[in-house]
Design a protein around this ligand. Structure first.
Ligand SMILES: [Zn+2]
Length: 280
């Protein structure tokens, strides 16, 4: 083989592997044809702590590389005191909070609330967002729901998508979850619900227990809403991090993060969707 042919061969090999590398990067970071912009260049604050049963520290290892793979600038904190840092809060596009139970001081909550009202997004999943700071009503008002029970503990159940026109749930079909918590929550009836779950069992408690029967109830699982200029996205799925092994769960969560991070860059999206309206 002469020199020219050899150089050509080397160029071909380099081109092949760099194309392969770029393709793999693209597929890891974001699907093609997604209608919500990626997290590229967005400032994300990841705040974790609270009850350890929900694996807050492990969630960092699981979720943060996925955010960074999209190009997000992620700052990680294991304290709520970051909510009082005016500079960081004003520069943040999206706060992801995984903090079950615990307490938040008035000053910390005021910092969080102010940032969200000014357009910073707020998101999380399961108890890390929907069961934080049980004594703070203003927090629950902001989130749009509060965990109260998980009948039956870890159980098989199904998730139904009730709004397929939203970019967060577009193309996602109903799916099943195995042996994990089905949250029963108190809900703001004006949130925009994207997915629900039904309680279908005759019994959720042990046979000897007199049961508060919930068969026939439906429960919002995934929703979006606004708080001031800020976008709020919540999913109640995720008692175990392995719940994200179900592709639909991870896909909706990532799309929800992306949507919530856009509050400062887009005009107000109306999300108020009254569940109860007056009939004539
Ligand atoms: Zn749980």
């Amino acid at each position: 083989m002469n020199l020219k042919a050899k150089i050509k061969q080397i160029i071909n090999v380099v081109f092949f592997f760099s194309t392969l590398f770029l393709c793999s990067l693209t597929s890891f970071s974001q699907d093609e044809k997604e209608s919500i912009p990626s997290l590229e260049g967005k400032n994300v604050l990841y705040v974790y702590g609270g009850w350890e049963g929900h694996q807050p520290a492990e969630s960092v290892t699981f979720m943060v590389p996925r955010l960074r793979a999209e190009g997000a600038n992620v700052k990680i904190f294991d304290t709520l005191s970051v909510y009082t840092d005016k500079k960081i809060m004003s520069e943040t596009d999206l706060i992801i909070q995984i903090w079950t139970m615990g307490t938040i001081t008035e000053e910390q909550f005021e910092g969080l609330k102010k940032a969200i009202k000014n357009g910073t997004g707020f998101s999380g999943w399961h108890g890390g967002m929907g069961d934080s700071f049980r004594d703070n009503l203003d927090y629950q008002f902001m989130v749009g729901g509060q965990f109260v029970s998980h009948p039956g503990g870890s159980i098989d159940h199904s998730i139904k998508i009730i709004n397929k026109n939203d970019p967060i749930t577009e193309g996602i079909n109903d799916f099943d979850l195995k042996k994990t918590e089905q949250y029963y929550m108190l809900i703001d009836p004006n949130i925009k619900v994207l997915a629900i779950s039904e309680f279908v069992r005759e019994r959720y408690e042990e046979p000897e227990v007199k049961e508060n029967k919930v068969k026939g109830s439906t429960m919002p699982v995934v929703w979006k809403k606004n708080f001031g200029k800020g976008r709020i996205f919540y999913s109640s799925i995720g008692h175990f991090l392995t719940d994200f092994d179900v592709p639909e769960v991870l896909k909706m969560q990532m799309r929800g993060f992306r949507w919530a991070a856009e509050g400062k860059y887009h005009s107000y999206e109306k999300t108020i969707s009254p569940a109860y309206t007056q009939t004539k």
